[in-house]
Design a protein around this ligand. Structure first.
Ligand SMILES: Cc1cc2nc3c(=O)[nH]c(=O)nc-3n(C[C@H](O)[C@H](O)[C@H](O)COP(=O)(O)O)c2cc1C
Ligand code: SF4
Length: 425
């Protein structure tokens, strides 16, 4: 069985709108049990699990939890990042709409482990259904006294509020998200300080992805050691994959880390459409690399993703078949980043505009060899000098395409020369 259902095991089995069905399958058991554990044992379980954040950067969860727990300033905040603005990703929406209580349970566990009293779920503005389902689930949890004052009849207060996202991709970036909740324009902050010491309203704040929080109850249930045995040594546990594009079955699938992408595409995605061949995929979403078909045996693993200078591996696989043109892909991606740049720093604001202009020459077959090296320089400078992750990853598709599909760029230059020769003769 290729799928391994840890955090999606309730999906299709219970009615997500009923807390009773979640409780029937031992829901909220780990949150309740945790109050009888020492905080040290809880932290040990997370450290041993080697869990890494599922929002893209793959940062070790236990480091953030521990840093936040050590802070003595009150109040402390927990934020669940459900902004999911990255094209190609839809797994957080899937979790919220189909298993809302596992996310709330995970947030309660994180709150107790770190001593936080207030939580926010920052949900993408367009996700109306997710907002409705999460609101209802929070209400049910309050009625059961899993949220509010003295939760689970213990001397611990914790409640959660929903915030609707401000409609911009950059608001998913943790510092821009903090600004947005504080009622300001969604723009990143200069770091350090990091949120665990000075986050929301200047107070210690833990920010994690929806899938990360949803994984915490499972770790307490099976234990950190058992969890660490799933997946690969550097990427433990399972990953939700948002599979889309030119495949027979699109959807969200939970697989252990270490599974080759070709297996996911063929066995879960049903392979390419009839009579078509896979040409390339984009990995992670718009900010990820475009890689050719022959690399599909690469396995799902954070460290492998980083080899592409892309820190973002939220788990999207966008499949493109032999009808797709690499320049159409780059145009869509570059338009997206040009539009989403918040304008705060020059390399991203101006650099993306100039890179798009150079790319246009390739779209229109007017590019020269000089434009090829200019494009390379522009992409590198934007990647290396932008202030936040948006600018740093905006040129990833271009950088990877210049590497794997260089012949396509050279062909465009050749085409221009041939057309010029033809016109002269
Ligand atoms: C432009 C941009 C958008 C982001 N959008 C999201 C998002 O929608 N959801 C998310 O969890 N992380 C997003 N991130 C990553 C967050 O900044 C942060 O690393 C993450 O929420 C931490 O959670 P994790 O450790 O559980 O992955 C984004 C980062 C950047 C640079
Ligand atoms: S990299 Fe882009 S999105 Fe990030 S701060 Fe700079 S201009 Fe804004």
């Amino acid at each position: 069985m290729l799928e391994k259902k840890l955090i999606t095991k309730h999906i299709g089995v219970i009615d997500p709108k009923s807390i009773f069905e979640y409780l029937r399958l031992d829901g909220y058991k780990q949150a309740e049990r945790m109050f009888d554990m020492s905080r040290m044992d809880i932290h040990d379980a997370f450290e041993t699990s080697k869990l890494r954040g599922r929002g893209g950067a793959g940062f070790p969860v236990s480091i953030k939890l521990m840093a936040m727990a050590k802070e003595s300033t009150q109040p402390k905040y927990i934020i669940c990042n459900a902004d999911e603005g990255e094209p190609g990703n839809f797994k957080d929406r899937y979790l919220m709409e189909n298993n809302p209580h596992i996310i709330i349970e995970g947030m309660i566990i994180a709150a107790y482990a770190t001593g936080a009293s207030k939580g926010y779920i920052y949900i993408r503005g367009e996700y109306d259904k997710s907002i409705d389902v999460m609101k209802e689930a929070l209400q049910q949890a309050r009625q059961k006294r899993f949220l509010g004052e003295n939760i689970f009849n213990k001397r611990f207060d914790f409640d959660i509020e929903i915030r609707r996202g401000a409609g911009s991709y950059v608001c998913g970036e943790e510092f821009a998200l903090l600004e947005s909740i504080e009622g300001k324009a969604g723009r990143t902050r200069v770091k350090p300080p990091f949120p665990t010491s000075k986050g929301l309203f200047g107070k210690p704040t833990l920010i994690n992805n929806v899938e990360t929080f949803a994984t915490l109850p499972t770790i307490l249930e099976i234990g950190g050691e058992a969890f660490a045995k799933i997946g690969t040594p550097s990427s433990t546990g399972t990953k939700l994959i948002s599979l889309s594009g030119n495949v027979k079955n699109k959807g969200v699938f939970e697989v252990p880390f270490g599974v080759p992408m070709r297996t996911i595409i063929n066995e879960l995605g049903g392979g390419p459409l009839e009579g078509r061949k896979i040409k390339m995929i984009q990995l992670g979403g718009a900010c990820g690399p475009v890689i050719p078909e022959y690399m599909l045996d690469m396995v799902i693993d954070f460290d492998r993703f980083e080899e592409f200078e892309s820190k973002t591996g939220a788990g999207a696989i966008i499949v493109m078949d032999d009808r797709q043109d690499i320049f159409d892909v780059l145009k869509r991606v570059s338009d997206f980043f040009q539009h989403e740049s918040c304008g705060k720093c020059t390399p991203c604001r101006e650099g993306n505009l100039h890179m798009l202009k150079t790319l246009h020459k390739f779209f229109e077959k007017t590019a020269t060899e000089k434009d090829l090296s200019l494009l390379e320089t522009q992409a590198r400078v934007i990647h290396q000098t932008s202030l936040c992750g948006l600018g740093q990853t905006a040129p990833t598709a271009v950088i990877s395409s210049l590497h794997y599909f260089r012949f396509s760029f050279l062909k465009r230059i050749e085409d221009r020369l041939e057309e010029a020769n033809y016109a002269e003769n």
